[in-house]
Each structure stands twice: as structure tokens, then as C-alpha cells.
Design a protein. Structure first.
Length: 332
């Protein structure tokens, strides 16, 4: 049994975090045991189209995530704007002893204590980790980065909704996770049935990092062992795939909702241009133009290419066509 004892002023001892890397790992877990993840079956089906070599690598290394998901993949969680690549480098820089300990636990739980694999993890932890991170990076680049574009804004909305509810207390916020967890409100306890006994005073060990996840469903995962930060990854209902069009529409409209960005799109529709050229044409500082371009890039409205020393921006014409089509469908 894991028991988390919340302090009276519990709201001051919790924080919310997201992790692109951890979410990719949870989706890999769903791929490794699709029969237990009915809500993720649309993703499982889409991953049938992954390159054969990548699919084989994900299967071969599925011992990493089949049941126990190593906490080391959460090491880069924190800043809500941290990128997947930044998280990868944080994980890569972890002490070898922590890598070996966590991956050895994965071997023990997920692979039935394979002696040869455990020996390799113990003797060559960085080599094993590098192999895992290389496959995860390929998985991200080929497939999951696009999925994260859809998931991240909805997870951020989940955090915002939780923040609105937080003044009513942390325990009422967690009540939605029953029966995966049990609450003793009078004693301010969060109880989770687990194979080992661990009692944690959140006021001493915290903050308790709350991380919403679509692909962790139906699991509530708690990290409470040193050296990892105290964390609860809790499931939220995955978005309906049919809602993706509305997400694409809203992100495109948000990106275009500003005269300066509309002017940038108009100028880039004429020909590809650099930040410096746009700055001169618009009478804006280079920093301001860069901020506008980042919003347009994140929404998929523009893309970049390099010519010599210059990075040029150009309009993604199909994105504008798709946006116009989605707007027209609203009138039907």
C-alpha cells in the first residue's frame, strides 16, 4: 500500500507538470499491451503504418515499458514549455547508478528477471539507455510528435481546469480517480493498492507533482522512491479522434488572430523571406517577428528551409486550404 499524507495546506504542496517524453513512453506501453488499453486502440491501429524496422525495435525493447514504466523517463518533466529533445538530454545525463537501478527494476518486473539482460543493464547502463532513447527519438520523429501537437493543448486545458478547482482542495480534485485510488478525507490520506508499503509525508517529500496523461489510462502511476521526485501521473479521458479537426481549426485561427501575423502570411505567400527581411517590411523588431513566426510555426501555418546562411520562412499552402475547408464545413 502506498499512502500519501497531504498537509492541511495541500494546495501549496502540489504542482502540475507535463512531459512529452513520458507521454510518448506511456503510448509505447499501450502499444506493448493493446488488449488492456481499449481507448488507445485508434493509436495502435495508426501505428501499424510505422516503418517495419521501427515497429520491430519497439517490440524488441518492449520489456522497458510492458508493465513497470521506469521513472527515469520523467526526469525531464517540469517546465510546461520544455521540448522533447531537451527532456531526452536530461535523461541521458542521469547518473549511471540511477539508470542501472531503474532499468534493472524494469527487467525484474517486465521480463521475468532475464539474467543476461539484467547483467547488461548493470554493466552497461548508458549503452542500454542510449539504445532505448534512439528508438524513442525515431518513434517521436516518425509518429508521436504529430500526436503530441493534438494532445498538448488539451492536457494544458486539463491543468487549467484543475487549477480552477484547486481552491476547493486537493483531495476533492483527486476524488475523480476512484476506484484506482482511495481517499481518507478526515486523515488527509491518498491510498493506492501496490505490492510494497510506502508512507510518504507530502509536506516533507513534496511537492507532489501531478501529471495528467491520456496514454497512461487506465493506470494511476505513483513515483515515490528516491532519487525521483514525488509524482502522480493520472489518467484523463483520451480525446475523441473526431475532435481533431476542431483542434486543428482552433489552433489555426488562434495563430492568424493578429494583424501582424496576417501581414506575415501575406508577405510569405508572395515569396519565402527571412526574419530580417520581414522585420524591415513590417517595421517590427526582429524579436517581435520571431515571436509571431513561432506561433505560426507551432500551428503549422509556415515552415522553414535554409539557403546558405539564411533561414527562410514560407507558407504551408495546404494548411491554409485545410483551414478554409474546415471553416466552410461549419456552415453546413
Amino acid at each position: 500500500m502506498i499512502t500519501l499524507r497531504m498537509p492541511p495546506d495541500a494546495a501549496e504542496h502540489v504542482s502540475f507538470e507535463l512531459s512529452a517524453l513520458a507521454e510518448a513512453v506511456h503510448s509505447w506501453h499501450a502499444l506493448s499491451a493493446p488488449g488492456h488499453h481499449a481507448l488507445q486502440l485508434p493509436w495502435v491501429r495508426r501505428c501499424r503504418d510505422l516503418p517495419a524496422e521501427l515497429r520491430n525495435d519497439l517490440r524488441r525493447l518492449s520489456w522497458v515499458v510492458r508493465d513497470y514504466v521506469p521513472a527515469l523517463f520523467e526526469a525531464g518533466a517540469g517546465h510546461l514549455d520544455r521540448t522533447f529533445a531537451e527532456e531526452i538530454e536530461i535523461v541521458r545525463a542521469l547518473p549511471a547508478r540511477d539508470i542501472a537501478r531503474d532499468l534493472s527494476e524494469a527487467v525484474l518486473v517486465n521480463e521475468g528477471n532475464d539474467p543476461e539482460l539484467r547483467r547488461r543493464v548493470k554493466k552497461e547502463p548508458r549503452s542500454v539507455l542510449d539504445e532505448i532513447l534512439a528508438v524513442l527519438t525515431s518513434y517521436w520523429e516518425v509518429a508521436f510528435s504529430k500526436e503530441w501537437e493534438h494532445l498538448e493543448p488539451q492536457l494544458l486545458d486539463t491543468v487549467a481546469d484543475a487549477g480552477t478547482a484547486l481552491p476547493d482542495g486537493v483531495l476533492p480534485l483527486l476524488r475523480q480517480l476512484a476506484p484506482a485510488i482511495r481517499l481518507d478525507v478526515r486523515r488527509r490520506l491518498v491510498l493506492l493498492d501496490r505490492p510494497h508499503d510506502h508512507r510518504v509525508e507530502v509536506a516533507e517529500r513534496g511537492p507532489l507533482r501531478l501529471t495528467p496523461s491520456y496514454y497512461a489510462w487506465p493506470h494511476v502511476r505513483v513515483t515515490c522512491d528516491e532519487p525521483w521526485p514525488l509524482r502522480m501521473t493520472y489518467p484523463v479521458v483520451p480525446p475523441n479522434p473526431q475532435s481533431r479537426e476542431s483542434v486543428e481549426l482552433s489552433s489555426g485561427l488562434r495563430a492568424l488572430a493578429g494583424q501582424s501575423r496576417l501581414d506575415i502570411i501575406r508577405l510569405l505567400a508572395e515569396e519565402p523571406r527571412s526574419t530580417q527581411e520581414l522585420s524591415g517590411l513590417l517595421g517590427l523588431s526582429g524579436a517581435a517577428v520571431s515571436r509571431h513566426l513561432k506561433l505560426l510555426l507551432d500551428a503549422g501555418m509556415v515552415q522553414t528551409r535554409r539557403e546558405g546562411y539564411y533561414v527562410l520562412y514560407e507558407v504551408v499552402g495546404q494548411r491554409l486550404i485545410d483551414l478554409a475547408y474546415d471553416l466552410r464545413t461549419l456552415a453546413r
